[in-house]
Design a protein around this ligand. Structure first.
Ligand SMILES: O=c1ccn([C@@H]2O[C@H](COP(=O)(O)O)[C@@H](O)[C@H]2O)c(=O)[nH]1
Length: 292
């Protein structure tokens, strides 16, 4: 794969708009769609979402938890869906939220390796073991044109309990954002002094050929943007829209109009199914509002 994830994402957003739709087959959604809570129901749900949206949205974000709960048959459903979504032109961001010591992180990074049965364009990772523990996945992403989104300021109400804690003078969330800023700067490794913001400021999270492959997760539900994203050089994944109360107005308030933000919506779109036209219409409503 020649282009980096950041380049592919910027191209996809230019062609299709920034919306990411999450594939979250919750039990209540399966019931609402008239489907059983088993691998067959899971497959029919997933097929419908991929069939309706993979040709139009920039990013699809399957939530791994909902496939793992069905065991190996659930994972087989996901493998098939990921391949079909990518073939239809959508980038696939696996919402896996993995994080472990470096040697194990190396194995999680394999989701970004061509030939993996669940090869995806990007995955979410958790920095709880320290940003440096994620380095093997960063290396794999660099080697194979993959991307990572690191949990920084998550959308859940309790998130600040840990993410606002201070490490020296910076919050935990800021330490995470700064590490990701470093990864988007060639040659930087965790532990090095942070890159000079003056040198990287113009890369500050704008879409374009220099969009980095390493992004952060910042919820659209925040009362205020309490991390400095200046010079991040990569995209922001913004969950929390719709079912969690966040709106397009919140995105504008938090990030402005031009930032490289990937707003992601799951239940608010999925509830419109199973009719493919209704799913598309629900996604289109968000897409239209986002570009208005
Ligand atoms: O801070 C975070 C990080 C990840 N998520 C995930 O996004 C979707 C949101 O689903 P909705 O139905 O649109 O609320 C879900 O898979 C979460 O695990 C998040 O919500 N917040």
């Amino acid at each position: 794969m020649s282009a980096t994830f950041g380049e592919r994402l910027a191209d996809a957003v230019a062609a299709r708009g920034p919306l990411c739709v999450g594939i979250d087959p919750h039990v209540p959604l399966l019931e609402r769609w008239g489907l059983p809570d088993d691998p067959d129901g899971l497959a029919r749900f997933t097929d419908a979402v991929v069939g309706a949206l993979a040709g139009t949205v920039a990013v699809l974000k399957p939530q791994l938890a909902f496939y793992e709960r069905h065991g190996s048959r659930g994972l087989a459903v996901l493998e098939d869906a990921v391949a079909r979504a990518r073939a239809a032109g959508a980038l696939v961001l696996l919402d896996a939220k993995r994080g472990d010591i470096g040697s194990t992180m190396d194995a999680y990074g394999d989701y970004l390796r061509p030939g993996h049965p669940l090869h995806v364009d990007a995955m979410t990772v958790s920095p709880y073991l320290g940003p440096g523990s994620l380095q093997p996945a960063v290396d794999t992403a660099r080697q194979h044109g993959g991307g990572l989104f690191v949990l920084a300021r998550t959308s859940n109400p309790d998130a600040g309990t840990l993410q606002h804690a201070l490490v020296g003078e910076r919050t935990v969330a800021q330490v995470v954002v700064d590490a990701v800023r470093g990864w988007n700067t060639p040659g930087w490794v965790v532990g090095d002094p942070l890159p000079d913001l003056g040198a990287v400021q113009d890369q500050a999270s704008r879409w374009g050929p220099t969009t980095g492959s390493f992004g952060v997760v910042v919820g659209a539900t925040l009362a205020e943007l309490d991390v400095d994203l200046g010079g991040l050089g990569g995209p922001v994944l913004a969950p929390g829209l719709g079912a969690q109360g966040g709106s397009v107005a919140d995105l504008r308030r938090l990030f402005g109009r031009d930032a490289a933000v990937v707003p992601t919506v799951s239940r608010d779109v999925l509830a419109a199914g199973p009719d493919p036209a209704a799913l598309r219409a629900a996604a289109d409503r968000w897409a239209t509002e986002l570009t208005a």
